[in-house]
Write a protein that binds this ligand. Structure first.
Ligand code: SF4
Length: 181
């Protein structure tokens, strides 16, 4: 598929990723000593399911990988492990194109439930912190609502009918572009 078409189809999604990345950068700048997430820490990297827009984006990145690398991923898929197939030597091979959820892993997200704010984050991060200022909390409900809207707009804007259910396992997501061509 033409690069310009891919770029246009992913315009809103790319804007959302930028907003999430900006938020994460803000946290990292504010708490440089409280975050231990680093290359090689793969405990969050489990098998994922993705919205079609995310699947399309990851597939557009996967297709550009060298054949040998793609072959390794295919071998991972055959093992049917719980780990994300995109992990090679404990590193995400599509890190710049990783989905939204992968960008928020480890950082404080929250949901409102029964009048309470429930916060979740990696226990290795933010050690010794008993509470979080509002500006570093990410509402997972708001994020999902935005992602659903971006996904809906994406599905309306592309001319191909995607042979896909609402959520696509990453094992199928990485081959989505091949299916569409
Ligand atoms: S896409 Fe990358 S960051 Fe996300 S779970 Fe897979 S390996 Fe980890």
């Amino acid at each position: 598929m033409d690069e310009n078409i891919i770029h246009l189809a992913l315009k809103n999604y790319s804007a959302l990723l930028k907003r999430v990345d900006d938020h994460i950068r803000h946290i990292e700048k504010k708490y440089p000593d409280k975050i231990v997430c680093k290359k090689g820490c793969d405990s969050c990297c489990k098998f994922l399911t993705l919205f079609p827009v995310e699947a399309f984006a990851i597939s557009a990145a996967f297709i550009k990988l060298p054949e040998e690398t793609r072959d390794i991923v295919v071998k991972h898929l055959k093992k049917e492990e719980d780990a994300c197939p995109l992990l090679i030597d404990r590193t995400c091979i599509l890190y710049p194109a990783r989905p939204v959820i992968c960008r928020t892993h480890g950082y404080p997200i929250y949901i409102e439930k029964d009048g309470e704010t429930l916060v979740d984050f990696c226990p290795e991060n933010f050690k010794g912190m008993a509470s979080f200022p509002k500006d570093i909390l990410l509402s997972i409900e708001q994020l999902n609502t935005t992602l659903i809207a971006v996904n809906r707009h994406f599905l309306e804007s592309i001319e191909t009918t995607l042979p896909s259910p609402e959520r696509i396992p990453i094992s199928k997501a990485i081959f989505l572009l091949d299916e569409m061509e």
